[in-house]
Design a protein around this ligand. Structure first.
Ligand code: HEC
Length: 419
């Protein structure tokens, strides 16, 4: 009897210790899987927008049942029905346990956060990110999305990035591997790696969503990616050093910056051919460009310190403006009132008033490169590659509202609604 008792005790201790072990490892696996959910339910299980329920601190049995019901179709929601198809019953259990252990309030953040970025100075919210925004990190080979702050790693040298108009896919160039990565933008999962030409720089998606153009600066051509099949379907020959393109809204033309010095090339997208070159005298290597709302004027940023205002009809340079040193992005506000440009070799960005063509320089960090405004014109986002932050300027008062710590060398930005 005595031995039986002690065997029982031993057995109990054994069961207890193994079960507490597995409880711990279940959480870990759930945590890893939960990166699939963060785009909507938040990194901490707090929904990133009103339509996404909080999962943090919910009862695990309830979560498990909901997930199983989504999987079998007993509970009906197109997104969640699709999300649960690839989850095994074990995944579901792990996820349910993991989310049930997270604190219920978003202010109690981060103990469980998957990514080891430095603590954020400010809480990122949908106020400053009314539409989804992505930034590519050249130094850490990653993409980060806002406001959800999910991070996708595993790409080398992520440089330029672009979003499809319906915000379902995100493309990013990797000039060190001569490839383009394509991600599912909702969950930042990689869908494809596509070989392109040499040293691909800018990538842009046609407004009709059918194709993407990748500017291969090293092979003097543009690769065309079919976004239906995710295949490289051919190339358009350009002059020296194609760096980035800007499509017209009807998707019929594309203007390409020819950093080798020729100016800007005009591409007929139906013929898939460069049909003309507009010289831009007075600049040193066309780097990035954007168009006015009526598409009659191109604002061309070089890699020294100029913005040329080019009349595309007369092909005349209307004005040459001096901005910060080095290269950077350039963005025309959707309301047409301002053009903002960054400067990698300077400590300010420049905001050009399109009516008066006067410039307001805003002091900001030690280097800036990517620059894009929100679709509603209110928030100007700027990547600061040396500080590893993204600054958010409120255009009501031109003050920096937030500085968000991100990965290494944030390079470019893709903003839904402002390609
Ligand atoms: C693209 C957005 C999206 C993603 C990604 C997503 N969900 Fe959801 N989820 C939703 C929406 C929307 C609902 C609300 C569904 C409804 O109204 O029935 C929901 C509901 C749920 C619910 C039910 C909550 C409740 O209170 O009843 C659970 C549990 C859940 N999701 C878990 C997950 C998990 C786990 C993942 C990752 C594996 C995930 N979701 C990924 C959008 C998403």
């Amino acid at each position: 009897m005595k031995t039986l008792l002690s065997i029982c005790t031993l057995l109990l201790i054994f069961i207890f210790s193994t079960s507490s072990c597995t409880a711990k490892s279940i959480n870990k696996q759930g945590q890893i899987k939960s990166s699939l959910c963060a785009g909507c339910h938040g990194k901490n299980g707090i929904g990133v927008a009103n339509e996404f329920p909080n999962l943090a601190g919910q009862k695990s049995a309830y979560l498990q049942k909901q997930l199983l019901d989504f999987k079998t179709g007993k509970r009906n929601n197109a997104t969640m029905n699709a999300m649960t198809q690839t989850l095994t019953p074990t995944d579901i259990k792990n996820l349910a346990v993991y989310f049930s252990t997270l604190p219920r309030h978003s202010s109690a953040m981060s103990a469980n956060s998957i990514n080891n970025h430095p603590p954020k100075k400010n809480k990122v919210s949908i106020i400053e990110f009314p539409e989804i925004v992505f930034s590519s990190m050249k130094g850490s080979g990653s993409i980060e999305s806002f406001p959800s702050e999910i991070v996708a790693t595993g790409g080398e040298n992520m440089l330029y990035t672009a979003l499809t108009p319906d915000a379902t896919m995100l493309l990013s160039t990797s000039p060190s591997t001569d490839t383009v990565y394509i991600f599912n933008a909702k969950i930042l999962q990689r869908l494809a790696i596509i070989n392109v030409g040499k040293a691909p720089k800018g990538v842009k998606v046609m407004p009709n969503g059918k194709f993407a153009y990748v500017s291969n600066q090293g092979s003097n051509n543009i690769s065309i990616i079919d976004l239906n099949t995710l295949k490289n379907i051919g190339a358009i020959k350009t002059a020296s050093g194609p760096h980035n393109v800007r499509f017209t809204k009807n998707s019929k033309l594309a203007y390409v910056t020819l950093q080798g010095g020729a100016g800007i090339g005009v591409i007929d997208t139906i013929k898939a051919k460069m049909i003309h070159i507009i010289p831009v005298t007075g600049i040193t290597g066309a780097h990035n460009l954007d168009l006015s709302g009526d598409e009659k004027i191109a604002y061309v940023r070089d890699f020294v310190h100029h913005v040329a205002v080019v009349d595309l009809t007369s092909e005349k340079v209307l004005k040459m403006l001096t901005v910060g040193n080095g290269h950077g992005g350039i963005d025309v506000f959707p309301n047409g009132k301002f053009v903002a440009t960054a400067a990698i070799g300077d400590n300010f960005i420049s905001v050009i008033n399109t009516k008066t063509l006067t410039i307001n320089n805003i002091q900001l960090g030690t280097a800036s490169h990517g620059i894009r405004v929100s679709k509603d014109n209110q928030w100007l986002y700027i990547t600061l590659p040396k500080e590893n932050t993204i600054a958010v300027i409120n255009t009501n008062n031109w003050q920096v509202e937030k500085r968000i710590a991100v990965g290494k060398f944030p390079f470019w930005l893709a903003v839904q609604g402002n390609p």
